[in-house]
Design a protein around this ligand. Structure first.
Ligand SMILES: C[S@@+](CC[C@H](N)C(=O)[O-])C[C@H]1O[C@@H](n2cnc3c(N)ncnc32)[C@H](O)[C@@H]1O
Length: 277
């Protein structure tokens, strides 16, 4: 492992660095020797702090990290969920051989190996129904893969939660390394296609973020994986009891059946019945 040997500037010099200089210096420091619990970590510590704030606010049931590398980020999420006493982390990487033992051993962590988009069905099976889901994408950073990941995984993000896309800072948006078009441009394309997400710029208020326009908040839509809690009732409703005792497979079948019936009724009303599906 290389050691970081500076530059160590005088305080009077550091005060005159530009934000771009600082981004580059922090990047070098992270790549050279950043660790989380001894595990090499490739994340801007200011963004890692923002994740802590988000997790505390959102209290997610499931966090998915796409591109887990050695597992530092995955472990940090698991530790935060430990403090909250709830939730699981799914760490995905095309190569899990480098993952640290301390990450593998954590009871909240499930690791999946392979190309993220090809694993979507496995991921869906791991997410309990109505879970509040937060996703962090930190994998290849190419334009095509980032867009593909956004399109594939965005239906899992619950209303009010986030799809964080890491490293839009590359490709000349602060750091010169990385492809262009890359992450930043993929986010742009995705936001033009899908109006249910907006970049929450308030999450960039430390300014030195690696995720410019990358804190994507779901403001509308969202699949049945999560439903915002209704006003607290003293007793469970009949619906709650039925949902609690019915196996998930049956519940999903019922939801599908209901959706089909609704479509039929709508079509019938429009006089379209019989014109084919
Ligand atoms: C920047 S590192 C991730 C750093 C990590 N999140 C951390 O906090 O330390 C990127 C990782 O993405 C993985 N990766 C690249 N393309 C991928 C893909 N299509 N599917 C899954 N993982 C991928 C790489 O193997 C690599 O380990």
């Amino acid at each position: 492992m290389r050691q970081y040997n500076g530059p160590f500037l005088q305080q009077s010099e550091t005060l005159y660095l530009t934000a771009k200089d600082v981004l580059n210096l922090v990047h070098r420091r992270v790549m050279d020797r950043s660790r989380y619990f001894g595990v090499p970590a490739r994340r801007n510590p200011l963004d890692a702090w923002v994740y802590q704030e988000m997790i505390c606010e959102l209290r997610p049931d499931v966090i998915i990290e796409i591109g887990s590398y050695r597992g530092a980020g995955t472990l940090q999420f698991a530790h935060l969920l430990d403090v909250l006493g709830h939730g699981i982390v799914i760490g995905i990487d095309k190569n899990q051989t480098l993952t640290a033992d301390v990450v593998r051993a954590h009871p909240r962590v499930t690791l999946l190996e392979g190309d993220a988009c090809r694993l979507i069905d496995t991921v869906i099976r791991l997410i309990p129904l109505r879970s509040r889901c937060l996703i962090v994408e930190d994998s290849s950073h190419t334009y095509e893969n980032t867009l593909n990941v956004l399109r594939t995984f965005s239906p899992l993000v619950s209303h009010g939660s986030y799809f964080v896309v890491e490293d839009g800072v590359g490709g000349g948006h602060g750091l010169s390394l990385g492809p262009r078009p890359g992450v930043y441009e993929a986010i742009d394309t995705f936001l033009m296609e899908d109006g249910s997400f907006v970049p929450d710029r308030s999450r960039e208020s430390f300014f030195l973020t690696w995720n410019p326009s990358g804190y994507l908040k779901r403001v509308s839509g969202g699949r049945s994986y999560y439903k915002p809690p209704r006003v607290q009732r003293r007793f469970p409703s009949a619906g709650d009891v039925v949902r609690a005792v019915t196996p998930p497979v049956l519940l999903q079948a019922a939801v599908r059946f209901r959706r089909r019936m609704k479509t039929r009724v709508r079509r019938h009303r429009r006089g379209e019945e019989g014109r084919g599906e």
